[in-house]
Design a protein around this ligand. Structure first.
Ligand SMILES: C[S@@+](CC[C@H](N)C(=O)[O-])C[C@H]1O[C@@H](n2cnc3c(N)ncnc32)[C@H](O)[C@@H]1O
Length: 957
């Protein structure tokens, strides 16, 4: 959300360690004379940068290049050339003529490669048939009741852009918001007023039935998006593919895009030397959409010595700058197109053709919509509500003074203006006082300051789906920006490239508002509210904030929260994350006795537990000691994770914080982690990557120190047991909070470390974070969603692998499994198909399949619930409740059985998946370069890891 600023900060932090510094532009780059095509042809493919250099040169001298390249265009078979004269083309895209050279070369290259190319970025001019606009994607398996999938039948989907562009009320539907189920025309969601003056509008369910967890409610393309500075050389600026996934976390990329192993991953635009791409297809696509003008702008900006430092020495983060430039340019393009339409009564042919060339299927549809309605829409939705807010944040911006003395926002504006606006238009651009003429170089639309303000409050930080690392900044305008915040959201969002996807995480009733969390949910009510106030300028009033009011004097409100969480583990008085619980180890109550704030007022408090009457004395010193002890333990954990060699500082270890290689007996499973030193019966030992037992012991101690609960990765049910082992002894006050631990882990680079997918599995599973998130933190942590997504993805991929699709039955479970992760994702579908072909389509029983497809996402939760219920049973005597519990436990047994079947099934797949012949086939049919084979390998490894941890017994409260 206010990611523009946020991401700027993040990126700046990362900049010091990871951002490559682009080499200084060769002198005379901008005015370098053109070389002829033949020279370029001779240079061949390896000369990417030179080729682009030339296209840049041509782009900057468009008149010459149009004449020069006219014959080439005329003779080309490229679709946009066939029916378009070069002059018209060049008017809109001055560099296009020169680009035809790249297109031809691209075609040639593809021809040589047998036309096998990543379908997601189909080459310009290739004969490859586009996915038809009305192709029917697979239905969403998790949509319950009558609510149709947003993509159920696109042939009848109609785009409803702004109903009246002059209206100040924005339209209630947008392409992504419209879900036309089999001609019903019904919609899955609608935008309407919440009824709260502070909240304004929101996104509401318009489905007729309950939307179940896992349901994909929409996917949305960005209006404009950029890769952040820290990721520029590692993430493609067109498709947002993150090469770090393939190269592994510790294989860093140098500033020239060469990995530690010497492989070149991305190619850089040789014109500006700022943005990077997977290949020329991506480069061309971006060139035509955005980068041509962006590239010229950056080079123009570099003629100013101060600005030059920004671009070449990264004197400041340029993420927001580039995003804003793209926003300005896109608005320009749309305006030019609209003006054309007004004058000629039809859509600009070039625009139309370019759209056709660029996009296929849904993308094209969405892009056309964005082009036609985006401008009006963006103005409407941004202006109506946000106008009075955040004004202060930019009120100081002006073009005054030197860059160094200016505020951050002023700096951003200064750089933006140096890229997009001629000097004489700068004031107009800044204030929106007048409209520069359409089509003129540097024409900018209204109010650069306004746009910046909007970008900073509506921009989203895009993250890598699997690692959750921030990769870029995007502005969405259709659905997600209408979603309000809740600390117990019913939806979560994730990114696939630049496309955002929004899913349901708990039941949504018809008409209920759909919410997301703008912030990390791990904090206390005070912490969350502080963040929301600072970043988004509102005070959250969600059910969780009302259940655990930030101010302990405010009467808690139970009703709203209990609607969402029927049996919360804690009473509604104090947020358990901010307090201390009874120190009597025999006491099973976890009611909060005191909070930090109280301790700040009184140096010493005596706390009587209502449950057991035990009196605990709590002093600031005790609290501090607890804190220090935990820090020491976390340090020990970090040191062990780094091989136990040296005692490093927190931050310095960030990148090294990896799973240790541990020798375990061949027969993995529960014993593997319990007794790693003993060889198995067969005598074999093997190396797996997981936290060492000592590291886990450290973590367990730290965890227990703070919570009074054993993380118990080793399988002992350990709530409140073993507290004696703590140095503070039995009477130690136990802090009922984990956020300090989480903060320390963050400091220790944990966040970066969990970028490693196995880490996510390992730690969530083995340290019981699932339980913590479910039980203590109540809501759904984004990481959990990612984990769930990933688990589903692997499980589905593999579960489907050996099955005929027709035999798959989706059984309803109390948690969505996210099966639809596969739906509509051509990459995954291809993955699946290739795998299926490779393995040869084995058969499994329906029951197993149903278990596999229904239980995947909630597998761990099901186990967790089972254990929790067992514990509940032991502690309660009430007959009525026992009866209910028995019923529940019956359900639980079924779920456990389903999970067990799933586990067994997935385990049985592994040997088959690991057959070398399959791996070989996979390599041959997909990636000659072996990339996809290694991705496949990675998935199998992750599955093994997940299964390994899934088999460890859970610690239950
Ligand atoms: C992305 S917009 C959400 C859509 C917005 N309500 C609208 O009408 O355009 C974010 C802004 O909505 C408001 N908002 C979001 N969630 C809120 C909440 N839970 N309570 C109050 N205001 C909220 C804040 O002003 C925030 O800056």
């Amino acid at each position: 959300m206010d990611a523009a600023l946020q991401s700027t900060t993040t990126s700046r932090q990362q900049l010091t360690s990871t951002t490559p510094v682009a080499p200084t532009l060769r002198s005379g780059n901008v005015n370098r004379t053109k070389r002829n095509y033949r020279t370029k042809k001779r240079d061949g493919d390896s000369q990417d940068e030179d080729e682009h250099d030339q296209s840049q040169d041509t782009g900057m001298n468009s008149n010459d290049s149009i004449q020069d390249s006219a014959p080439t265009i005329a003779g080309s078979s490229l679709p946009y050339v066939q029916s378009q004269n070069a002059q018209n083309l060049a008017e809109v895209y001055p560099g296009l003529a020169r680009l035809s050279f790249l297109d031809q070369e691209q075609e040639q290259q593809l021809g040589e490669a047998g036309g096998s190319h990543d379908g997601a970025s189909s080459p310009l001019g290739s004969k490859k048939p586009r996915r038809p606009l009305q192709q029917k994607p697979q239905p969403e398996p998790h949509l319950q009741g009558e609510a149709p999938s947003p993509y159920e039948d696109e042939s009848v989907t109609t785009f409803e852009g702004p109903q009246s562009t002059s209206s100040s009320i924005p339209p209630t539907t947008s392409p992504s918001a419209v879900s036309s189920g089999a001609g019903s025309g019904s919609s899955l969601m609608e935008i309407k007023e919440t009824g709260s003056v502070t909240k304004g509008r929101g996104l509401f369910s318009a489905a007729t039935g309950i939307l179940k967890p896992g349901t994909l409610i929409f996917r949305e393309l960005g209006y404009c998006q950029v890769v952040n500075d820290a990721s520029l050389s590692q993430v493609c600026s067109t498709c947002f593919k993150d090469t770090r996934e393939e190269q592994g976390e510790d294989e860093k990329m140098s500033s020239d895009g060469i990995s530690a192993s010497g492989q070149k991953r991305l190619v850089r635009c040789a014109g500006c030397k700022v943005v990077w791409y997977c290949n020329k297809t991506c480069q061309i696509k971006d060139w035509k959409l955005h980068h041509q003008l962006e590239c010229q702008g950056i080079q123009k900006s570099m003629t100013n010595p101060v600005m030059k430092d920004v671009w070449t020495k990264r004197a400041m983060d340029t993420t927001t700058v580039r995003a804003l430039c793209r926003l300005v340019r896109r608005r320009e393009r749309v305006k030019a197109s609209m003006a054309y339409k007004a004058e000629h009564g039809k859509i600009d042919v070039v625009q139309k053709q370019v759209n056709e060339v660029y996009f296929s299927g849904l993308d094209q549809k969405e892009e056309v919509w964005l082009d036609e309605h985006g401008l009006a829409w963006i103005d409407q939705y941004l202006n109506t509500y946000e106008k009075e807010r955040i004004e202060a944040s930019v009120s100081t911006s002006s073009s005054k003074g030197a860059l160094e003395d200016s505020s951050h926002l002023t700096k951003i504006m200064a750089v933006v203006m140096s890229c997009v606006t001629p000097k004489e238009d700068r004031y107009a651009f800044l204030m929106g006082a007048s409209e520069p003429s359409i089509g003129a170089e540097g024409s900018t639309g209204t109010g650069g300051l306004n746009l910046l303000r909007k970008l900073t409050s509506y921009g989203f930080t895009m993250t890598n789906l699997e690692t959750t690392t921030p990769v870029g900044l995007a502005l969405y305008i259709q659905c997600i920006p209408f979603m309000n915040h809740s600390c117990v959201p019913n939806c979560i969002y994730t990114f696939k490239g630049s496309r955002v996807e929004c899913r349901v995480v708990r039941d949504i009733e018809p008409g209920e508002e759909m919410t997301i969390s703008y912030i990390d949910q791990i904090g206390t009510t005070q912490e969350r509210q502080k963040q929301l106030k600072e970043r988004y300028h509102f005070t959250c009033d969600c059910p969780l904030c009302r259940y655990f009011p930030a101010n302990p004097l405010v009467q808690p409100d139970e009703a709203a929260f209990k609607k969402i969480v029927p049996n919360p583990s804690y009473g509604p008085s104090l947020d358990p994350k901010q307090g201390y619980v009874c120190s009597n180890t025999a006491c099973t109550a976890r009611s909060v006795l005191a909070i930090d704030d109280q301790l700040a007022i009184y140096n010493k408090v005596e706390l009587t537990c209502k449950e057991c009457g035990h009196i605990t004395e709590l002093t600031q010193e005790t609290a501090l000691e607890n804190q220090e002890e935990t820090e020491r333990l976390v340090l020990g954990f970090v040191r062990e994770m780094n091989g136990g060699l040296a005692s490093h500082g927190f931050k310095a270890n960030a990148r090294k914080f990896e799973l240790a290689k541990v020798k375990v007996p061949e027969s993995t499973g529960e014993n593997a982690s319990k007794d790693e030193s003993k060889p198995s019966a067969t005598g074999g030992m093997k190396t797996v990557q997981e936290p060492s037992p000592r590291a886990l012991q450290y973590f367990d101690d730290a965890y227990r120190n703070l919570t009074g609960v054993s993380a118990s990765f080793s399988g002992q049910s350990a709530i409140y047991d073993n507290v004696q082992s703590l140095s503070k002894g039995e009477d130690s006050i136990r802090r009922c909070t984990l956020h300090h631990l989480v903060r320390q882990l963050e400091q220790a680079g944990f966040d970066e470390a969990v970028g490693h997918k196995n880490w996510v599995f390992a730690l969530h599973r083995s340290l019981g974070l699932e339980r913590i998130l479910n039980d203590t933190y109540v809501g759904h942590h984004p990481l959990k969603a990612i984990q769930g997504y990933y688990t589903c993805k692997i499980a589905n991929l593999l579960a489907n692998l050996l099955l005929e699709e027709s035999t798959i039955e989706i059984e309803e479970s109390d948690h969505g499994s996210g099966d639809e992760d596969m739906v509509g994702n051509s990459d995954d579908e291809q993955d699946l198909q290739v795998l299926r072909d490779a393995v040869g389509g084995g058969q499994k029983s329906n029951a197993v399949v149903a278990a596999a497809t229904s239980g995947t996402g909630s597998m761990q939760e099901q186990l967790l619930k089972g254990k929790r219920k067992e514990k509940d049973e032991a502690g309660e005597a009430d007959g009525e409740r026992r009866k209910k519990r028995l019923e529940k436990s019956e359900n639980q047994r079924t779920q456990d059985e389903s999970s067990r079947q799933l586990l067994q099934y997935l385990k049985s797949l592994i040997p088959k998946l690991e057959e070398s012949s399959i791996l070989q086939q996979f390599r041959v049919c997909w990636g000659k370069d072996g990339k996809l084979a290694s991705r496949y390998r990675y998935q199998v490894d992750s599955l093994k890891q997940a299964l390994h941890y899934a088999e460890l017994p859970f610690a239950t409260p």
